[in-house]
Design a protein around this ligand. Structure first.
Ligand code: ZN
Length: 379
């Protein structure tokens, strides 16, 4: 049981000395690491022995009257060696599906069946969760402050505590999010697919589509990757709701990922999801009432009508046209929009950008296209 074990893409047990420079971006390499001992670990000041399941607390910030805000951290230390996988949810306090996914994983996974260590932060933004808000009490978005600074703003301090005390212990990280209000997305993994270890991890998750995205600076995913920790986000459903199907799919994704890392036995295989190395938002050029008959998952050709925008006063109507062929992986629900509003998210076939697509993005279509931009990136 204490013999050398190799984990595909795994890294050394935290504390036993990671070989990669954690501060170097791009230092992610799929490593086969041998571990000869499987000892208790110290996490948040508490000892967690092989076979233990513990609920710990991260003291992230002081509220008024000296009342501290303690973020729950779940840990299951497997009986046998393996990588450390972290699951984070609720970085946006109104995104509930991920919270339930993480809870369910920790309820289900038994330490005796696990090789390696699972660390879960089901509600990273406890302030927001209590108020059903995406944001912290000062309206800051916690997912713009990672890796944070212990002497910074409230958001930066929470980010720093979480990052230093928990995230840096991880060999792999999955951060759970949902789509944003008034938009709907196909379930999707977002990941920096230029890095082989991350692509492998995204494929291992096996739930829904995989969409390339570098990740905006300040996001938990991007900060983890910048510190050499392969990380993906999974977007499951809509905010403010617990959606059974989305929760089940995310739970299955974690099970598949843990199996692909040889931390759990293999459950049934599912067909691998479609991978989009490129995606593009289609914006409206006119304000008004946006209506569409399009459905998520539909394939469209360049020039196809996607929807219309009608000025409620003048009755002038403009068309929203696909600038290029692709598959609708995210879209706005019918609503009132302003010029520049991102109405459709198209997944594009093929690996590399080509000039023709760039040119079409500038063409005077009634809809306009642009690269994936951070403000439409709800993670
Ligand atoms: Zn989010």
């Amino acid at each position: 049981m204490l013999l050398a074990v190799s984990a595909p893409g795994g890294a050394a047990e935290p504390g036993s000395g990671k070989s990669a420079d954690p501060d170097a971006r791009g230092a992610i390499t799929p490593a086969t690491v041998t571990s000869t001992a499987w000892d208790p670990i110290l996490l948040l000041g508490r000892k967690v022995a092989p076979g233990d399941r513990r609920r710990l607390f991260l003291r992230a910030s002081e509220s008024f009257a000296g009342a501290s805000v303690e973020i729950p951290v779940l840990v299951t230390r497997g009986l046998t060696p393996g990588p450390t996988v972290c699951l984070t949810a609720g970085v946006h306090g109104d995104e509930l599906n991920g919270i339930e996914i993480v809870r369910k994983v920790f309820e289900t996974v038994r330490a005796k069946a696990l090789s390696g260590t699972l660390i879960g932060v089901p509600v990273a933004n406890l302030h927001g969760f209590r108020r059903s808000s995406r944001y912290l009490p000062d309206r800051r978005d916690l997912n713009r402050f990672f890796p944070g600074h212990p002497g910074g703003s409230s958001a930066s301090r929470i980010a720093s505590a979480l990052f230093q005390d928990v995230v840096r212990r991880c060999d792999r990280l999955v951060d759970f999010h949902t789509g944003s209000f008034h938009r709907t997305n196909l379930p999707q993994v977002r990941a920096d697919l230029r890095m082989p270890a991350i692509l492998e991890m995204a494929r291992g998750f096996e739930a829904g589509l995989i969409v390339h995205s570098e990740g905006q600076p300040g996001t938990l995913r991007r900060a983890a990757v910048d510190h050499g920790i392969p990380a993906i986000t999974y977007e499951a459903g809509e905010p403010m709701r617990f959606q059974k199907e989305e929760i089940e799919r995310g739970f299955e994704g974690v099970s598949h990922l843990l199996a692909s890392l040889r931390m759990l036995g293999r459950t049934r295989r599912v067909a691998p999801g479609e991978v989009f190395f490129q995606s593009r938002w289609v914006r409206v050029n006119d304000g008004g009432i946006f209506l569409t008959d399009r459905r998520l998952g539909e394939a469209v050709e360049g020039g196809d009508l996607l929807g219309t925008v009608t000025d409620p006063i003048s009755n002038e109507r403009s068309q929203v046209v696909a600038p290029t062929a692709g598959r609708i992986i995210g879209m706005a629900l019918s609503q009132v929009v302003i010029p520049g509003f991102a109405a459709f998210h198209l997944g594009l076939e093929g690996r590399a950008a080509d000039d023709e697509q760039e040119a079409s993005a500038e063409a005077p279509l009634h809809g306009s296209a642009g690269r994936l931009e951070p403000e439409e990136h709800p993670e």
